[in-house]
Design a protein around this ligand. Structure first.
Ligand code: DGL
Length: 276
């Protein structure tokens, strides 16, 4: 469906190209929206940075998207959501949705053993945002930082023996010491959906994978559907969707790398220089 005069404009924010996995899921479930995407490629990775730094960057990006007429914000970055969702909400006047709660909700609905494993960046894991949100729902979580996965995925080493071996080691360390019975593997990082086939192969057979990108898109679709008095947004092809991208590092690099994450060619990228 082509965007109409009254299409909602959704701002999507990530530290880089990874959040395009969330945009991809949104395009499938909410194709009638306009999208403005901000990738803070000059400052990534966020996953190794402090709460103060991530909050400062995330607020700048959120305000930028609001100035570009975003009527709601999706914080696609797990690290920014885990560390800074509350301060982002305070910094803007439009509704803000992060990726942690939707992934946790879905996990809570699916887990029978009430024990799960969450994968994320160092910063996401150190914040214990997932563990706390899951504990409220009576679920025990082992959070496992997987710092090698983001660079491997960005290198394009998805179906690659090195990535498979690294994933095997991380999951081996996570599904142990009382967590053999964990029945959900929650992907708490923008990049990990690309590795889903590999993770499926190396995770214990009984484990179900919950993808926070997918869960977030479902939550947005539900929210918008409810607001319009519908069950969910119409599911139509994404080709007509109106997309605009901003990146703080090279637009050309964003286009090249981002295409793999979005699963379609990217044009309309503008370089922006955000001053602190
Ligand atoms: N977008 C980040 C996340 O989802 C991963 C990349 C980074 O560390 O900046 O946590």
């Amino acid at each position: 469906m082509a965007p109409t005069e009254d299409s909602i404009k959704i701002g999507v924010f990530d530290s880089g190209v990874g959040g395009l996995t969330v945009l991809k899921a949104l395009l499938e479930l909410v194709p009638e929206a306009d999208y403005v995407y901000f990738g803070d490629t000059a400052r990534l990775p966020y996953g190794s940075k402090s709460i103060e730094t991530v909050s400062k960057y995330a607020i700048l990006a959120a305000r930028y998207l609001e100035r570009h007429d975003a009527q709601m914000l999706v914080i696609a970055c797990n690290t920014a959501t885990a560390l800074a969702l509350d301060v982002i909400k305070q910094a803007v006047s439009v509704p803000v949705i992060g990726v942690v709660e939707p992934g946790v909700e879905r996990t809570a609905a699916e887990s029978k053993n009430r024990k799960v494993v969450v994968l994320g960046t160092e910063a996401t894991v150190s914040s214990h945002a997932y563990r706390k949100a899951l504990a409220v729902r009576g679920i025990e979580a082992r959070e496992k930082a997987c710092p090698l996965l983001v660079p491997l995925i960005e290198e394009g080493w998805v179906e690659h023996p090195v990535s498979e071996q690294v994933s095997r080691i991380y999951l081996g360390e996570a599904f142990t010491d009382g967590y053999e019975s964990a029945d959900i593997l929650l992907l708490g990082c923008t990049h990990y959906p690309l590795l889903k086939p590999v993770l499926r192969r190396v995770a214990p057979r009984h484990v179900e994978i919950v993808d926070s990108a997918q869960s977030t898109a479902q939550a947005v679709a539900k929210m918008l559907g409810e607001n319009c008095g519908r069950e969910s947004a119409p599911r139509e092809a994404a080709h007509g969707a109106h997309l605009k991208f901003f990146a703080t590092d090279s637009a050309e690099k964003f286009r090249r790398l981002g295409t793999r994450f979005l699963g379609q060619p990217i044009d309309n990228v503008e370089h922006v220089d955000l001053r602190e």
